[in-house]
Structures are given as C-alpha cells and as structure tokens.
Design a protein around this ligand. Structure first.
Ligand code: MV4
Length: 502
C-alpha cells in the first residue's frame, strides 16, 4: 500500500482525502498557495509545501511543481481531488511518467471522455442511449429536414460548445431559420466556430447521474444514482441520493448502462455517468466525469461505501472487494453546497474573514468543511467553502434534519448560500420532489387557485397521516405548480405531514 500521498488540491476536498489517508495509515502531503498558508488542509496534513502565489494557474494548476514536490517529499501517489488538474490527461500522464501513482483514471480514459465527440462514439458502440440528433456540420437545408424528422421542440447546440453554452430551443418549424442564424452567430462569437447541430429537446428533464467504481482487473460496479437537478446556471446547489424519479428497476437499467459506458473506455477508479432523465423514465447519456465528485458523500451515506478509500485501493492495483449484489441503498441523503455567495444579490461572490463559525452536528449530519474561525475566504478559488449533508431513514427525515442543521449553522463575516437552502427546504415543490433542471430558473409557473391548492394540500397531509412507514418519498401527489404566496399554513401543513412520517 502507498506510504505517502500528495493531495493536489485545497479546501474541503483536500481535507476529505487527507482523512481517508489517515484512516488507512498513509502519510499525507499538502500543497498550498500564499492564500492558503493557514488553511485547514495544511493543518491536517503531515507535511505541507508552498507552491506559489494565490492565482491557481501559478499554484494548484502547476503540474510540474506538484510532481517536483511529490518527488521531494517521497510521495508514491497523487490524489487530484476535483477541479484543478483532476481531468487533465497531460497531468495524469506526467504523474505516471514520474513513476508516481495517479489516484484516478488513466490518461487515455480521461482524454476519451473529455472529448464530447469521442465520448459519444465510444459509448454508442457500447449500446448507451444518446438523445436523438443530427451529425455536426450539416447545412441549414439538411438541418431543417432533420428537425422535421426529430420532431419539435428541438435544441440547437453549438458543435464547439459545452456546459449549456450556445444552446437554444426552437419550438416551431417557422422559427427554425431565425433560430439557426442566431445560434450560428452566438457560436461564432463564443467559440470562433459557427457549426451547430440539432437534438430533440428533452422537456422537463432531470439531471440524474450514476456513480461507478472500476478496478484494473475488469470489475466495474455502480453505486446507484444521484439527483442533481437543483442547479443554477449549470452550478449544482443541492444533490440527493437516491432520486425520487428512479425506482429499483430503472436504477438497474441505468446502472448497467453506466457500467457499459465506463467499460467502453477501460475505465479505472471512481467515475460518474451523467444522464438526462425524462418524465417517462427514458434516459440519455450526457457525459462522463472522470473524477471524484463534489457530491460523492450522499452516495457514501446511502451505500455505506467510502468512495475515496476505494479509489486509493484501486490505484494501488487491488481488486474491488464489493460485488454488485453487495451494494444496497438504505435511507436518503441530501447535500447542500455552502458557498460564499449572496443569494439575495444574484449569488454575487463574497469574500472576507470568517469571524464566527458554528458548524451543525447531531443525528444524521455530516459537514465537509474547508473553513475555520479566523480563515480568510478569498475570491481566488471556487466559492464553495463547505458541504452540509443530512441523512435520514426517509427523504422526509433527511429534509427535516437538513432544516434543523441549517438553523444551527452560523457563519459570520460574509454572505453564504445558507438562507437559499433554508428557503429551498421549505419549498413545497422541493419537498414533494416535483422539480427538474429548470426549477431554479423558472419563475413563470402560475400559482394554482388558492382554494384548489388548500384542498389538495389537505388531502396530501391526510394521506401522509394515514400512511405509516414504507413511504420512502413524500411525493405522493402530483404536486402544485409554482409556489408564490406560500402561506404559513401551507408550510406547517407540509411539516406536519413530513413529521407524521417519522
Ligand atoms: C439538453 C437538455 C434538453 N434536451 N439536451 C445543459 C448542459 C449540457 N451539458 C447539456 N444540457 C442540456 N442538454 C437536450 N437534448 C437540457 C440540458 C440542460 C441541463 C442538463 C443537465 C443539467 C442541467 C441542465 C440545465 C438546463 C438544461
């Protein structure tokens, strides 16, 4: 087993990896920029090395320096965490060439999945479903014919785009010509390439992803799904495991497809296959994340698997010791990303000294934090400063514990996303699990007539009170559209209903 691991990251994820190493008896090496001299990961590691000024490209992104430090410290492995160099195939290759183990997938797998077109080709051959669409580089006349075939609404996507950039919905054939022209203009301005392609628009889609683990001996398993539809501008804010939209049969199907996708690139380590899931339970491959993800703890709590420890074992060449039939999902976990952002001011990034800090604890609560009282949060890095994860026997219990923990949480000195999460946990549509990727963007849904809503809520609460356990999800109604004018009564009725399920 490795004797010493260098953690090429900062913040909560560096702390998480250091903890896994400590438990395994592996010594740890931290690296830090000028902004992180006194950071938590530096304090927790056995040794720490300064790698440069605050700007990431001069510190945490300097692969050459990181490898030098690993050599100097005598580390036999490097864990990249997420972000920074985690999905940089060149870095993974350089680490390998330096005779240091990379705790992650091979450079070849990172490269194959990092390129959208290659990834789609490789997984299609393995039978993974993609959203029906056209090839790239068709002319407008051919695109119009293809659109008619696919059926409206369609989505125009920039060939060179990604992450939702340069995406545009066309609902009506009459708008296709102008939609294509506008999309080409935007694509040219953003990517220097006006090539676009079409996909059938998946309406009211959820973002559901499958966690996989694969060793280098050909074993690959999945650890079920995570629901990640609560996003704002493609930044996830809340994740949960399992998803209210996935039952055991769908989980088995999606899991098998995810394993096939991973095997298509001879994947090794922990990885995630992202899907769009539509209202009818059809799912479509989006992309594969070839790294440990921010939201891995929700899967850990529900499956009991320590994903970071498994990554370390796998990188050491061991065989997976968990078989698919040994993976059982029990209970429900929800994660709120605590960011230094002002939710009341368009999520404006915040910075400053943490002048007071009280982190929640108690039953079912896990906090993954990169901060302490006195720490200075800068604007140099990602705004996520901690993660709050609540576990419960049921989704309702997880939500009630999350509410309780959010109320206990005190971070003084800068604005955080905590008030946003409090409001979200009290939102009926969230509580009922009735949301998709548009949830945070849409303020357009008309509120139901008050009386109708009242009646429906009464029926829901009555049903909840009459159901004993066994209800894993509190989404027992069709849910209401919109939530403007949420009354105190409404809120307390839901809480009563949820508490009745405990
Ligand atoms: C889609 C889609 C609906 N239909 N494709 C956005 C980012 C990019 N990776 C894929 N995205 C989407 N592609 C079709 N054919 C809806 C989205 C989408 C989305 C996907 C995942 C997570 C959040 C999202 C938010 C808005 C739109």
């Amino acid at each position: 087993m490795f004797k010493k691991v260098l953690v090429a990251n900062r913040g909560e994820i560096a702390v998480r990896i250091i903890r896994a190493c400590q438990e395994r008896g592996i010594r740890t090496v931290a690296v830090f920029s000028d902004a992180d001299r006194t950071a938590l990961h530096v304090r927790y590691a056995d040794e720490a090395y300064h790698i440069g000024p605050p700007a990431a490209r001069e510190s945490y992104l300097r692969g050459d320096k990181l490898i030098d430090v690993a050599r100097q410290a005598g580390a036999d492995a490097i864990h990249p965490g997420y972000g920074f160099l985690a999905e940089n195939a060149g870095f993974a290759a350089a680490v390998r060439d330096a005779d240091i183990a990379f705790i992650g997938p091979s450079p070849e797998a990172i490269e194959a999945m990092g390129d959208k077109i290659t990834a789609r080709e490789r997984v299609t051959q393995a039978g993974v479903p993609l959203v029906p669409g056209t090839p790239r580089h068709l002319r407008d006349a051919d695109l119009a014919a293809a659109a008619a075939q696919l059926g409206y609404p369609i989505l125009v996507k920039a060939s060179a785009g990604g992450g939702g950039k340069g995406m545009r919905t066309v609902a009506d054939p009459a708008d296709l010509e102008s939609g294509l022209a506008a999309a080409r203009r935007e694509a040219l301005a953003a990517f220097g390439d006006d090539s676009v392609y079409l996909e059938k628009a998946i309406e009211a889609a959820r973002h559901v992803e499958i966690q996989i683990l694969a060793d280098r001996h050909g074993h690959c398993i999945h650890l079920g799904e995570r629901e990640c539809s609560i996003q704002r501008r493609h930044q996830k804010l809340v994740e949960e495991c399992p998803s209210v939209a996935v039952d055991a049969a769908l989980r088995e199907q999606m899991g098998a497809v995810a394993v096939a996708a991973a095997q298509a690139v001879n994947y090794e380590s922990a990885g995630t296959i992202e899907f769009l899931l539509d209202k009818n339970g059809q799912f479509y491959f989006l992309e594969m994340n070839t790294r440990l993800q921010v939201e891995h703890p929700v899967t850990e709590l529900v499956t009991g698997v320590d994903i970071v420890k498994e990554m370390i074992r796998i990188a050491d060449g061991r065989q997976l010791r968990i078989r698919q039939e040994d993976v059982h999902m029990k209970g429900w976990a929800i994660e709120c990303r605590i960011t230094a952002e002002d939710p009341e001011n368009n999520f404006m990034p915040a910075s400053g000294k943490i002048v007071a800090l009280r982190e929640p604890t108690g039953p079912g609560i896990r906090v993954e934090s990169g901060i302490y009282e006195g720490f200075e949060v800068s604007l140099f890095y990602d705004p996520m400063i901690a993660k709050l994860i609540a576990y419960g026997e049921t989704r309702a219990e997880a939500i009630l514990r999350m509410r309780r923990a959010l109320k206990e949480y005190r971070i003084a000195g800068l604005k955080t996303s905590i008030p946003f999460h409090m409001a979200l946990m009290d939102s009926p549509r969230f509580q009922w699990g009735q949301f998709d990727t548009r949830f945070l963007e849409s303020h357009t849904a008309p509120p139901l007539a008050a009386a109708q809503e009242h009646e429906r809520l009464a029926a829901i609460v009555a049903a909840m009170l009459h159901h004993e356990r066994g209800l894993r999800n509190i989404a027992i109604s069709h849910g209401v559209e919109g939530e403007q004018g949420q009354s105190t009564w409404r809120r307390s009725a839901l809480l009563t209903g949820m508490r009745a399920l405990l």
